[in-house]
Design a protein around this ligand. Structure first.
Ligand SMILES: Nc1nc2c(ncn2[C@@H]2O[C@H](COP(=O)(O)OP(=O)(O)O)[C@@H](O)[C@H]2O)c(=O)[nH]1
Ligand SMILES: [Mg+2]
Length: 194
């Protein structure tokens, strides 16, 4: 079975749960006291998709404004971007819209965009209606899903949806689609395991 390496980056405000989503996906673990990401961290996970294996090379970025200028290093050459907001923080949904704009203007052509409304276990203090987020995602042809890294809700599904949206290789023997390969290793990164 052909293995395809797919670079994926996670973008979004600090505290929305990007690292927790990655941690849940890769290690099926949730850490209530997860430490803030500095720069970015890198993890991988391989999943089957049809006749292929998708090896996700996941760059989990730091959400702080001071790291924003590093973001292009992580979305450059990415097959997909997961933009995460916190359903209990309206501000984080506004930030998401800024990321969508930035990706549209500077991101790789054809990048798969997935919008993840995280912390859906906190529905009683929700600030972002699901309908509004879903309609926004539809308007930009993005994947939409609400997740809970804490309760392991829809995290696998998020990456499955991304996998399905990546067009299969015409010739699986040769991975010739350069835009989907990891072309450049960012220099400012820390390797952190959750
Ligand atoms: N209730 C709840 N808390 C979460 C969830 N995901 C993350 N958190 C918490 O939100 C805080 C920030 O998470 P973190 O993954 O560091 O966010 P990041 O800055 O976007 O990487 C931490 O206290 C997490 O425990 C979730 O799905 N539900
Ligand atoms: Mg983080």
């Amino acid at each position: 079975m052909a293995i395809r390496e797919l670079k994926v980056c996670l973008l979004g405000d600090t505290g929305v749960g990007k690292s927790s989503i990655v941690c849940r996906f890769v290690q099926d673990h949730f850490d209530h006291n997860i430490s803030p990401t500095i720069g970015a961290s890198f993890l991988t996970k391989t999943v089957p998709c049809g006749n292929e294996l998708h090896k996700f090379l996941i760059w989990d970025t730091a959400g702080q404004e001071r790291f924003h200028s590093l973001a292009p290093m992580y979305y450059r050459g990415s097959a997909a971007a997961v933009i995460v907001y916190d359903i209990t923080k309206l501000d984080s949904f506004q930030t998401l819209k800024k990321w969508v704009k930035e990706l549209k203007e500077h991101g790789p052509e054809g990048i798969v965009v997935a919008i993840a409304g995280n912390k859906n276990d906190l529905g009683d203090i929700r600030e972002v209606p699901m309908k509004e987020a879903k309609e926004f995602a539809e308007s930009i042809a993005a994947i939409f899903i609400e997740t809970s890294a804490r309760n392991a809700v829809n995290v696998e599904e998020l990456f499955q949806k991304i996998s399905k949206q990546i067009p299969p290789l015409e010739n699986p023997e040769v991975d010739s689609n350069e835009s989907f390969k990891l072309t450049q290793q960012p220099v400012a990164s820390t390797r952190r395991c959750c």
